[in-house]
Design a protein around this ligand. Structure first.
Ligand SMILES: Cc1ncc(COP(=O)(O)O)c(C=O)c1O
Length: 355
């Protein structure tokens, strides 16, 4: 119940006891095709270039940046936490001209201001994080999509996809990235990207990274392509991802999102009834990740409290990152864990530990 990874369902765990498939085995390629199809369904996109990347979420960030950015390209980055900060650093290393729009950690990005910076600088790309996992803030990507003008909108949906509403095509997201280990409840190690037709026109011809060259990757991954060997795909991970996606679609994406919302509201109520206050204004709360102020009297022992929760009650919650270290706890209710039972178990344990 930290900021990810989260627990796996028994069905996903079972996939790891199946015999290994080769990365060019026809049965595996069928599963790969089905995975891309399911990803499109969950991202709500028709984009043909929708695929898993053999790397964690940060790898998907690097993949998009290396494929879409040339030196001196102008980009506008919204920063209200560690992951906006990370994106900005990656753009700088790529040699882009970066215009940062910063707001305080815990506050949402004002999309009018971010879009105005992008417009004034004629930015090729606007980057914003949907669910800022370092703070528990949900940024309004839908509004940004309406205001992006000529810029390409890239949205980091690592902690939102499968847990809150994400509508890639409807919201005007040109490129989306996510990770396997949060609301999809599959193991860490894979990330997911989707790039629409408009974005594909801007693909760099010979990206600096060979491994993340999306044209080469797509030649192997995408149905109907030459299926040329590029790298040895982590087949068991993709089989597990496929099962995780199947479970979401079987339950119904909307039902899954509602389950995250219900669990998160219950958690907020339970915490507030114990005088533990929320770090983020209820209007901008990211349902799968709740941040709370550590009560003053526990601040000195906060790491010890988390240690006892883990060792005696087998429950992990997260500490704060960067400027929030020692100030907040981060409690995840993602995927398989997003339910009332998890909230009940945590509260029971927390009551004992805090006493
Ligand atoms: C919003 C966001 N973006 C990017 C990442 C990076 O993903 P990873 O740690 O899988 O590389 C994370 C990880 O927590 C994240 O929460």
């Amino acid at each position: 119940m930290g900021p990810g990874p989260t627990n796996l369902s028994p069905e996903v765990i079972e996939t790891f006891s199946r015999p290994l498939l080769g990365h060019l085995d026809p049965l595996f390629l069928e599963i790969l095709d089905d995975t891309c199809e399911k990803l499109r369904e969950i991202m709500k996109t028709e984009s043909p270039l929708t695929l898993p990347i053999s790397a964690t979420g940060s790898g998907a960030m690097e993949a998009l940046i290396t494929n879409l950015v040339n030196e001196n390209d102008v980009v506008a980055v919204g920063i209200n936490g560690a992951f906006g900060e990370r994106a900005s650093e990656m753009f700088k290393r790529r040699g882009a001209k970066v215009f940062e729009y910063r707001v305080a950690w815990g506050e949402p990005l004002d999309m009018e201001e971010l879009a105005a910076i992008a417009r004034d600088q004629s930015a090729k790309i606007i980057w914003a994080v949907h669910g800022e996992t370092s703070t528990g803030v949900k940024n309004d990507i839908e509004t940004l999509g309406r205001m992006k003008n000529e810029s390409l909108l890239i949205a980091d949906c690592v902690t939102s996809l499968g847990g809150v509403k994400v509508e890639m095509d409807q919201w005007g997201i040109d490129a989306l990235l996510s990770g396997s280990q949060k609301c999809l409840s599959t193991p860490p190690g894979l990330s997911l990207v989707s790039i629409n037709a408009r974005c594909m026109e801007h693909l760099v011809e010979r990206p600096a990274s060979w491994y993340f060259d999306l044209n080469l990757v797509a030649d192997y991954v995408l149905k109907g392509g030459p299926r040329r060997y590029h790298h040895t795909a982590p087949t068991s991970m993709i089989v597990a991802l496929n099962e995780g996606l199947r479970l979401i679609l079987a339950e119904g994406l909307e039902q899954v999102i509602q389950r995250h919302l219900r669990a998160s509201l219950l958690l907020a109520r339970e915490l507030q009834s114990r005088d533990i206050s929320l770090f983020v204004d209820e209007r901008f709360r990211l349902e799968p990740l709740t941040t709370v102020y550590i009560p003053q009297k526990f601040i000195e022992n906060e790491a010890q409290i988390r240690k006892v929760l883990l060792e005696e009650f087998r429950i992990e919650i997260g500490g704060g990152l960067g400027p929030l270290q020692g100030k907040v706890w981060r409690i995840g209710l993602m995927g398989y864990n997003a339910g009332e039972e998890s909230v009940g178990r945590l509260m029971e344990a927390l009551d004992k530990v805090l006493v």
